[in-house]
Ligand binder design. Sequence first.
Ligand code: ADP
Ligand code: ZN
Ligand code: ZN
Length: 729
Amino acid sequence: MEQYAGVIVDVRADAVNRIFQYRIPAPFKDKIEIGHRVLVPFGRRKLEGYVVELSSELEVEEGKLKDLADLLDPEPIILPSLVELARWMGETYVGLFSEALQYMLPPAFRYGKERVGAKTAQTVTLLVQNPSLRKNAVAQQRIVKILQQEPRLLASDLVKRAKASHAALRALEEQGVIALETSILERKVEWDEIPDPKFTLTAEQEAAVEIIQQELQGRRRPVLLHGVTGSGKTEVYLNVIADVIKKGRQAIVLVPEIALTPQTVNRFAARFGERISVLHSGLSLGERFDQWWKTYHGEVDVVIGARSAVFAPTRKLGLIVLDEEHETTYKQEEGSIRYHTRDVAVKRCELAGGQVVLGSATPALESYHRALKGSYILAELTERVEARPLPGVRVVDMRVQFEQGNRSIFSTELKEALGKLAATCNQAIILLNRRGFSRFVLCRECGEVLGCPNCQVSLTYHQEDDRLHCHYCLHREALPKSCPKCASRFLRQFGVGTEQVQETLTREFPELKSIRLDADTTRRKGAHAAILRRFAQGQAQVLVGTQMVAKGFDFPNVTLVGVLSADLSLNFPDIRSPERTFQLLTQVAGRSGRGEKEGEVIIQSYDPAHFAVRAAQNHDYLEFYRKEIGFRRQLGYPPFRQLTRILCSGPRQAAETAARGIHAYLLSQGFPGQDLFGPAPAPIGKIQGRYRWQIVLKSNDSPSTILRQLPAVEDQVLVTIDIDPLYML
Ligand code: ADP
Ligand code: ZN
Ligand code: ZN
């Protein structure tokens, strides 16, 4: 039966976001497969595209059907299951199919400027040591001469050095003198060699491994591994993966940010040796290209990487692990497809066969909710390894400190603890929680934060109009002169930087050597790892930093963790603020007392009675979960209802008009007005000269069909749709 190829053209535009059918001409019959890169006639041009369907049903008028122009690679470059995943992503996130396909391609093939990289990754190998070449083929002779010295080179370097053209290379290839390959020269990705400690699993670890294996062999529902900090989650992953490999399958391990997790990478390298691939943003294009092809050719058992590694071309996928699954870096915040890695991983395993394991000490509310409902399976590690206790947590009320005349950023409790630390060789971590930094207004006397009368969020001070704004319902008010609760005049925008913390620390405790980890000190490539290594080697006694210091580090010498301004993030204008705060506090507290020495934690707070602070103090995830899920249910927030944000950006008038048009359309589609917020300027009303207007929609089911048909807007306006956004700035 005649087969027709359904093709998505490689163009980033709404107008071509559908499948075009082509006839498969004789030379390509039986060769074309799903995932092949092809060239197709399109209007008067020829465009690259990807075969996403093969069908015997003709959907074009016979006379209008055109032939595929060319087949660009011998093998399909996208695995069929990844083509299906891309289709699902396009539909689910209301984005472009072609854009979803970009995630599935080797790095140098992606649309935009990266494409130039494709050539540089081609390597040349000399096959015949002394070939007989035509006398007048001087360029070819120069090439061979160079290769006789160095038998394997990058094609781009070689043509430059030989002052030859790519045609000369191809001629040599045809004569069988050289082999042209896409990258064999392997640029090694670095990790530290550490010994592999082969632990005997604790009973809880054993039980968790068993639960995962049972699912793996059975219904393959995602497993949520909820394990307290220091309970040995990594060891559970390592064990399950070893088993997956033994069965001839591959694993993908996702970490929030690879630069911040060198220790995790080292542990995987120690266990699985050379057959791992590490993907991170610090790699050059060529290196990423190498890693991609190694995976494509089945030369690796374990792929470790951040978010986008979920698309690694593993043909025999057995397992996907999301470590620290609650982290916000798992959400893609750019482009037309704003996916969440967790949901993509689950879908990928559904399509390709495989098991998802989500691990965290502080699971996302959504995940825990699903685990309680039974769509995920729960595995728990309730204790630290070797029965080490969780650190004791003290919460210091900063209002009392203020009353007692302490104007320092360090409470008396923290000062005392730091003083004691100086007499030992133990280490400390000090976290300055900077999220929401100087954006909200706080009363220094009673701790009151000015909030919106209609929503459960704090108001944000806007300098432009000297007013307080609510980013959810658009309430605005003047900045009061005194605290509405206690009438104090000490209303302050709170603001200290990590640099100031370090200065104060050095002034008050000159004997404590400190090191800083924040956006400033880690700008340089490799700086993260270098700072962490220095701290691990004991070159500094105190690590001072932002959120970064709360990641999954394992420093056995840390016995003190101090948190300055615990509640800053509570006042961030965001429905997820309490969750983020609880996660941050629990995670950073979890860095203390991981070794043989007992640890302690001091949390400084203006709102010590807040349930998120309380629950973190008690190491009680369930206490937090029950409270917060109640609020979410009451307010109709995720996971109970879906939030969709539609953002229109462009020239001032055009952006507003677009938002108003979309709003009217949504009303006409039967969305009740109370479920539609806006149209209104986004919290950050202008970015890079573009004005931003938004509409936020609450719905019970996914409204993707309706969102697909949004009314047309002016050309200069960009409309982005974000399903269950993590931020709405
Ligand atoms: P988590 O990710 O749950 O916070 P880790 O996986 O980092 O915890 O493990 C914490 C520490 O315990 C690590 O130093 C790890 O090497 C060690 N560890 C893990 N499993 C065991 C075990 N069964 N026995 C002894 N130590 C273990
Ligand atoms: Zn007050
Ligand atoms: Zn409001």
